[in-house]
Structure formats: structure tokens, C-alpha cells
Design a protein around this ligand. Structure first.
Ligand SMILES: [Zn+2]
Length: 341
């Protein structure tokens, strides 16, 4: 499985992706498989993740009588109306109860430096990504916007979870809840990204997380609340405003990707040993798989721009690239006149 394998198993597919330089890329890819991209000695802050997977189905759904898919669908719809910070994939078949990671020792033990194999594990790698994203914003939010960054924990859940924004299940995909300031993710989502949506690259994972933390940044800056007010003032523009918010989160993810190799753990050691062009290509590949137009086509429907809420594949790539190439979150003003058609 791509999502549970070692990081080194992932870049091989890129050899087929890049035209013209196959031998060269192949050589580089082989080298990068041997290189560590993550710092094995990184000091991970396990307090940034709460693991709800072992607590009886991920926090439960608050005693609501869930009868079947129909009702779950209603709940997901209600949730999305409230949250808006989800990743753009609403697949009610996404929850796969059979594929849950076994509840193991706590993350503190599992992802502590005493465990030499920790970065082979999906949940510890994701912890490292979260540490990096928050380290980036701790420096960058004051620098770019004069605003203090308030950390937000990510909650790993399985199947279902109750949140400050209502109940959700895995079919929602990862999301940020502004009401309780948590990112929520069922890590089996990456399997869906890889197997069903065709985005198996390891870098899809930090891209997803950085997108969700982009929503947290929008919450801290008041962008998210302002957008909600705009939606109420002008309901006809609600989806278009949502697209701008989502593309800005993609751009923030790109800005993080630019700065990621400089981010440090709490002991001052780098979290990544390198971020490569191949990683960035994986981020762009992922963006290309989750545009509204691509997802609409994939679900067998016709492409209907009026229903777009996250932007087209081309737009998602474009804004991730804008953030990455500038390395400056101020370049992510998707709300500027004419920035998003
Ligand atoms: Zn989003």
C-alpha cells in the first residue's frame, strides 16, 4: 500500500511522469529512495495530534440513531454547510471500517525517538507533517500578516466523529472545523486518494494537511468569517466565494511547501532533510485529481461550474503553484478582484 509503505517506495511512479528526462530522473529517483527525506532524528511534538481512533469508533456520533446511508448522507450535508473547510471530496463510500489502523500504543510512545521505525508509520509521518506546517505558520503568520499563530491540534478518527461543527463520518474527507479549531482526518482517506482518485504520492498527505491548516489560518485571519458573511449577503455567489476560500487554502499549502525544508522541531533540528521537485510534482498531481470538474466527471455526471465549491483541477494546481513559487502567503489573495474567474 502506498499509504502505509515506506516513503522510499513512493517516488518510483514519478519516473513515468516526467517527459524527456527519464534516465536522469530515474537515477535521481533511485538516489532519493535511499536518501531520507524526513529527518529520522526529528523531535516530534505528539501533543499536536489527538488520537481518537481507539476510543470506541472515533468519538462516536453522540447517540444519534444512524440507520443507514441515507441518514448519514443528511448528516454529512449538514456538516459541510457548517464547515466548508473540507478537502473537496465528499464520497459517502469513503469510510472503510475494515481498513482501520489497529489501535496501538499511544502516539507519544509510537512516534517517540526511541522507536527507530516510527517514520515508516503513517500516523507518525503525518504527525511530522503537522509539526512542520504549524512551525511554518508560527513564523510566517506574524511575518506576513502581523497575526499571532494559535496552534490547532489534528484529531485522527475512524469512521465517525462528533465535532464542534456537528457529526461527521469518513466519507466527508478531511476537514477543518472553525467552531472547535481542530483538523479532522481519518487516515484511511489516503487510501481512497491513492486507489480511487489516482493520487498515490506521499506528498499528497502533507498537501492535504497543509490545505486544512490553511483553513485554520483563514479562521485566525478572519477570512473565513468574512466569506460567510459575504455568502449570506449574496447567496447567488456562495459557491464562487467558497471556491476562492478553497483555492486560497491550496495556495497556503503551496507556501508551506516552499518553506517546509526550513521548518524545525521543538529542539531546533530540521523536520525534513529535503523537499524535492518530485514532491512538488506529487502535490500538483494531487491537485489535478481533486478539482471539481475532474470529480464531477469521475462520478459520471456532466461538468457543472455552478456547482463548483473548490475550483477546477487547473485552478487548484495554479494556486498551489502560486503559493509554492512565491513562498509568500500574501500572494494568495484569491479574493482580489479578477484573481479567480
Ligand atoms: Zn478546503
Amino acid at each position: 500500500m502506498h499509504t502505509t509503505g515506506r516513503p522510499g517506495t513512493l517516488p518510483t511512479r514519478l519516473a513515468t511522469k516526467i517527459n524527456g528526462y527519464l534516465p536522469c530522473i530515474r537515477a535521481r529517483t533511485a538516489a532519493s529512495e535511499d536518501d531520507m527525506r524526513l529527518n529520522e532524528n526529528a523531535d516530534l511534538d505528539t501533543s499536536q495530534v489527538e488520537d481518537l481512533r481507539g476510543s470506541g469508533g472515533g468519538g462516536g456520533i453522540g447517540g444519534l440513531p444512524i440507520g443507514g446511508r441515507g441518514l448519514t448522507g443528511v448528516i454529512v450535508t449538514v456538516l459541510l454547510a457548517l464547515v466548508g473547510g473540507y478537502f473537496g471530496i465528499d464520497t459517502l463510500n469513503g469510510g472503510d471500517p475494515s481498513g482501520q489502523p489497529a489501535a496501538g500504543p499511544g502516539l507519544e510512545q509510537e512516534c517517540g525517538s526511541a522507536n527507530a521505525d516510527r517514520l515508516k508509520q503513517l500516523d507518525c509521518r503525518n504527525l511530522l507533517y503537522i509539526n512542520s506546517i504549524q512551525a511554518y505558520w508560527t513564523d510566517e503568520l506574524p511575518a506576513a500578516f502581523g497575526t499571532t499563530y494559535e496552534p490547532a491540534t489534528t484529531r485522527y478518527f475512524s469512521n465517525q466523529v462528533s465535532t464542534g461543527c456537528g457529526a461527521a463520518d469518513s466519507g466527508t474527507g478531511p476537514f477543518y472545523c472553525p467552531a472547535d479549531d481542530h483538523v479532522y482526518i481519518d487516515l484511511t482517506f489516503y487510501r481512497l486518494l491513492a486507489d480511487q482518485l489516482g493520487a498515490p504520492g506521499e506528498f499528497a498527505q502533507p498537501y492535504v494537511l497543509a490545505h486544512e491548516y490553511g483553513h485554520h489560518v483563514q479562521d485566525l485571519l478572519g477570512t473565513e468569517a468574512e466569506m460567510r458573511r459575504e455568502q449570506q449577503r449574496d447567496p447567488d455567489e456562495a459557491n464562487h466565494l467558497s471556491v476562492k476560500l478553497e483555492l486560497q487554502a491550496d495556495c497556503y499549502a503551496g507556501a508551506w511547501a516552499n518553506g517546509a525544508s526550513d521548518t524545525e522541531g521543538s529542539d531546533g533540528t530540521k523536520l525534513f532533510t529535503s523537499i524535492t521537485d518530485s514532491d512538488i510534482q506529487q502535490g500538483l498531481d494531487t491537485a489535478s485529481k481533486i478539482g471539481d470538474d475532474t470529480l464531477q466527471q469521475r462520478s459520471g455526471g456532466s461538468v457543472n461550474p455552478a456547482e463548483f465549491t473548490h475550483g477546477t483541477s487547473a485552478q487548484r494546481q495554479q494556486w498551489f503553484r502560486t503559493g509554492y513559487e512565491s513562498g509568500d502567503p500574501k500572494s494568495c489573495d484569491t479574493f482580489a478582484a479578477g484573481a479567480v474567474k
